[in-house]
Design a protein around this ligand. Structure first.
Ligand SMILES: Cc1cc2nc3c(=O)[nH]c(=O)nc-3n(C[C@H](O)[C@H](O)[C@H](O)COP(=O)(O)O)c2cc1C
Length: 453
């Protein structure tokens, strides 16, 4: 049997994302990186030259004055990925799009278009929007509660996938001799009428060389994990230790198996920043250096409110016990993350200052060292089933260059990462089966919304 292969994704938050609001001070980063298509093309081509599987574009549709620079001013994912599609040839193109504030017909159409423009390299990171404030940009007073958010997401996926099966693979005859363009028997309306959506179809676009876009998922609650286990081809997550990675990995694959899926057909990809030096000591110094300049305590305190619906924690005494009442503000936001932070603060009797400081310190990367050390550690996590691949945060460009030029060749020598692309589609890179156009069982009949595994 062929050796299992590590998957690599690139995540870029240009001028600086959560936890690194000062990254734009690095002279290697153009001041307008997050809206500069030439810069995106350069870094994505760099990842493609290193044979990366994909580039992942995160997104949100709500900002405050405390949002990090990349969030304040950035390109819309599908527009950006369409431009990248024609500037690259192999790398997968994954965009974050929310099921809470898009119509499914329109989203299915735009993603299918990207899939054709890129010749089968599109992926969709299905999110329900953690930033509750997005509601106000779409005519709603409040964001949906979890039950509704994930209920919509589940039904949404049924609709979008159903629309992608509007045409069978060989529906277009396109025979000039006979004058037959379409075989009408191979065109199917959807006629979906559900709890949240009513969509007739059919969709006016054919399938792509990979069948249909790859589904990614990133929610971490019980709802989110069930959605991922039931419907995703790949999962984005975070892991700060190998044990944490292993627990998440096991949990998702067990949930998938219980739902009758082949667990090997779900690729688990936690995201990491890496710090590389000539020696392990030098790498640790580089990490200290970059992390010191990347974010001040005041910036971390402002940003801390994001998971709690951008609640302003500057109103509290920093040295008083952690204000647990703030969790209420997270109900429709990033509740899973906010609850985890609150539980941590309570269990350790932390003040607000200690909580923010602890989380700042916890942002440290598990992948710090010489190229050899980092490669060894990646393989240890991979062999230990803590991940199927890694999403590498571009971070400081000099560090990403070291990763592509010094760590990737070691992974190749060890036989765990490709030397060249074997395929031209994202599904092909990820080792996923190509789905055929077919009616699918409705998700609501197959898996429960929130019951634990
Ligand atoms: C690795 C990772 C990446 C995420 N990326 C995004 C994103 O780009 N945009 C977004 O709105 N939410 C993103 N989310 C949040 C999820 O969409 C979800 O709404 C949020 O985590 C709250 O739901 P949960 O409690 O199920 O996790 C991400 C979550 C994780 C774990």
């Amino acid at each position: 049997m062929a050796q299992r292969q590590i998957k690599l994704g690139l995540v870029t938050t240009g001028t600086g994302g959560p936890g690194d609001s000062n990254r734009w001070l690095d002279p290697d980063i153009p001041l307008d990186a997050s809206v500069n298509i030439d810069w995106y093309i350069d870094v994505v081509r760099q990842a493609e030259a290193a044979k990366f599987d994909l580039v992942f574009i995160v997104d949100s549709q709500y900002i405050t004055k405390d949002s990090p620079p990349h969030y304040l001013n950035r390109l819309e994912p599908l527009t950006l990925l369409s431009a990248l599609a024609v500037a690259t040839t192999h790398i997968g193109l994954v965009g974050t799009l929310t099921t809470s504030y898009n119509a499914p017909f329109n989203l299915a159409r735009r993603l299918a278009s990207l899939d054709l423009i890129s010749k089968g390299r599109a992926g969709w990171n299905v999110v329900t929007s953690g930033d509750a404030g997005a509601a106000g940009n779409y005519g709603r007073d409040e964001h949906y509660d979890y039950e509704t958010r994930y209920g919509r997401a589940r039904e949404y996926l049924d609709v979008v996938r159903g629309l992608w099966s509007s045409y069978e693979e060989d529906a277009f005859v396109r025979d000039r001799a006979t004058g037959v363009f379409l075989d009408p028997a191979k065109l199917h309306a959807l006629n979906h009428k559900g709890t949240y959506f009513s969509v007739k179809g059919p969709l006016n676009i054919q399938r792509s060389p990979q069948g249909e876009p790859v589904i990614f998922q990133a929610g971490d609650s019980d709802y989110g994990r069930n959605l991922g286990a039931a419907s995703a081809d790949a999962i984005f997550t975070h892991a700060s230790s190998i044990e944490q990675g292993q627990a998440f990995y096991r949990d998702i694959k067990e949930r998938a198996a219980k739902l009758g899926r082949n667990p090997d057909q779900i690729v688990i990809l936690p995201g990491f920043t890496v710090y590389i030096g000539d020696s392990d000591d030098q790498a640790r110094e580089a990490e200290q250096h970059f992390r010191r300049i990347d974010q001040s305590f005041e910036q971390s305190l402002g940003e801390f409110g994001r998971s709690f619906g951008w609640h302003d924690f500057r109103q509290y005494d920093l040295d008083a016990p952690f204000p647990v009442q703030a969790l209420e503000f997270a109900r429709t936001s990033f509740y899973t993350a906010a609850k985890r932070m609150t539980d941590l603060a309570v269990s350790r009797n932390f003040t607000l200052r200690e909580t923010v400081e602890f989380l700042r310190a916890a942002r440290g990367s598990p992948f710090v060292g010489s190229p050899e050390t980092v490669a060894n550690e990646i393989i240890r996590w991979f062999d230990g089933r803590a991940l199927d691949g890694l999403n590498i945060h571009l971070g400081h460009p000099s560090q990403f260059t070291r990763f592509t030029q010094e760590v990737v060749p070691i992974l190749q020598e060890r036989g765990v990462f490709r030397r060249d692309y074997e395929d031209t589609t994202l599904r092909g890179h990820l080792g996923l089966e190509k789905p055929r156009a077919a009616p699918r069982a409705k998700a609501a009949e197959v898996w429960p919304l929130a019951a634990s595994a």
